[in-house]
Design a protein around this ligand. Structure first.
Ligand SMILES: Cc1cc2nc3c(=O)[nH]c(=O)nc-3n(C[C@H](O)[C@H](O)[C@H](O)COP(=O)(O)O)c2cc1C
Length: 194
């Protein structure tokens, strides 16, 4: 787990929109060091640290996920091939370790980093892979996000006129990311019933 000494800035100066009233939230993400991780650090600022844990997929003990009421997953899309031929990836190992873990009754949401300019036909495709695994495990998906404001042509992570989770493009629209995160947190808050 990333400790609070790792520059994590919890909800000190903002309204805590998802608080102790929600029993426990875990944020699980991969990879480290890039846009996915910096987004995880931003999302952490919306939570009360006593009710929130943050892990990378390589360090989380999946058997403990059942202790949480709400799970947020974050990932990037690094080429369709990497997702389809995942035997060597960390996500593949993570999904394997998830087999047999029931997330029935848990709310879950996904955020995904992508690049809509270089990969307009596969923008944030990776979210769909994560979503399928979570649905198989019985999770109730929340946090759909409108497709307006992006220039992609296709994505496996769209259903109707919504992405299945928060789509962020820090390569070409980084100036919009903080505002998108804020709005998404408000959506999550409403869907979680606060
Ligand atoms: C080799 C490679 C392949 C990529 N493929 C896709 C893709 O298929 N779809 C997409 O939306 N973004 C794609 N991206 C963009 C990344 O998802 C994006 O830069 C993301 O912010 C990276 O997150 P990270 O810094 O946490 O690794 C690709 C990037 C690289 C380097």
């Amino acid at each position: 787990m990333i400790s609070s000494s790792n520059n994590l800035n919890f909800a000190n100066n903002r309204e805590i929109i998802i608080s102790k009233r929600m029993k426990k939230t875990a944020l699980i993400y991969w990879p480290k060091k890039g846009n996915v991780e910096s987004t995880a650090v931003k999302l952490a600022t919306y939570f009360d640290k006593d009710a929130f844990d943050i892990f990378t997929i390589s360090e989380v003990d999946v058997s403990l996920l059942t202790n949480y009421d709400f799970l947020i997953f974050g990932g990037s899309t690094i080429g369709a091939d990497n997702w389809e031929d995942t035997h060597t990836t960390k996500w593949y190992s993570f999904f394997e370790s998830m087999k047999g873990v029931s997330l029935k009754g848990k709310a879950a949401a996904i955020y995904g980093l992508g690049d809509q300019v270089l990969y307009p036909e596969h923008f944030v495709d990776g979210m769909s892979v994560i979503r399928n695994e979570l649905v198989s495990a019985g999770a109730r998906m929340i946090g759909q996000w409108p497709t307006e404001g992006y220039e992609h042509t296709d994505s496996k992570s769209i259903e109707g006129d919504h992405f299945i989770g928060l789509a962020l493009d820090d390569d070409h629209q980084s100036e919009l990311s903080d505002e998108r995160i804020e709005k998404w947190m408000q959506i999550l808050k409403a869907e979680l019933g606060f």
